[in-house]
Design a protein around this ligand. Sequence first.
Ligand code: AGP
Length: 367
Amino acid sequence: AAVEKGNYRHFMQKEIFEQPTVVAQTLQSYIHQADNRVALPQIDFDLSAISRITLVACGTSFYAGMVAKYWFETFARVPVDIDVASEFRYREPPLEDGGLALFISQSGETADTLAALRHCKANGQTIAVVVNVPTSSMAREADLLLPTHAGPEIGVASTKAFTCQLAVLAALAAHLAVKKGRIDRAEEQEIVRHLLEAPACLNAALDHDDDIAGMAHLIAPARDVLYLGRGPDYPLALEGALKLKEISYIHAEGYASGEMKHGPIALIDEAVPVIVLAPSGPLFEKTVSNMQEVRARGGKIVLISDEEGLAEAGEGCLATIQMPRVHPLIAPLVYAVPVQLLAYHVACAKGTDVDQPRNLAKSVTVE
Ligand code: AGP
């Protein structure tokens, strides 16, 4: 049956609002209800033996992979070699015999990613695939198929597929950490408990839709926008910039907060809004000093943080967006919502074709 927009103006908007439901659905299929442990599909491969993961994807799926790299490395202590598919394939990366290669894709048909997958397969890698379309080429060619249950994603800008990818990847990282003997059963259950908090936190983030719509006029006139984030929220800065570029046609860049002073700070003036993604926590102070660097140059900041972060650093900002206080593990899922909504409302303010932005295809099937 054809997918309908229902009461929403655009598919993208509908898909943003579906996230609490589809993330919950996705998590359910990876979590053993009885004991709150991660359950993966059976695989004829010893996960405890892997010493490295090769991770490949494009666009938003690549940013989900960048977040997951933090998780694989911190929880499981397994190093991750990550690249965009179009580069990976041609740099002839050395691949260990019997290594694990992980591909992430909404469509399962992206030509660059599929070519990288086949290259890895031909070079003796076990192929794991996080994919949203279960009948896709990548799904068929996988040794370990890890489906996201986001349902059909129609908007060209990926939203719900991204948060569902993160849910699967976090579960996989926890499972791998157990297999590698890095965490015990209780710690795994603790991680799962935090993951299960994600749907409610996504709902709390969505409650700020009106506030975000109300500030779209502040960003819509900009020619350039900078997004900053640290740690696992750095890929979110990249994702925020990609979303804005794709659908509002405003030039945007994502940077690691601490890297700004190494170049992009030269761009800052009152005409370049700086969107800062910064949940409170141990690294917050560092981000606050980066914000001061922006302010000292007349830069206008939109701070996305929780109550504590906004109380400390919200004053003097152009605007603030309050997120619920969340465990750091699920912050990248929850902070995806305000960056998606901001891009969405700015695009609406500019009157662009949100679901079918110019020059873009939903699935890029040419290399
Ligand atoms: C995201 O908003 C984009 N339209 C695009 O970057 C997309 O994520 C990329 O083309 C990868 O697609 P896939 O997940 O279907 O492989």
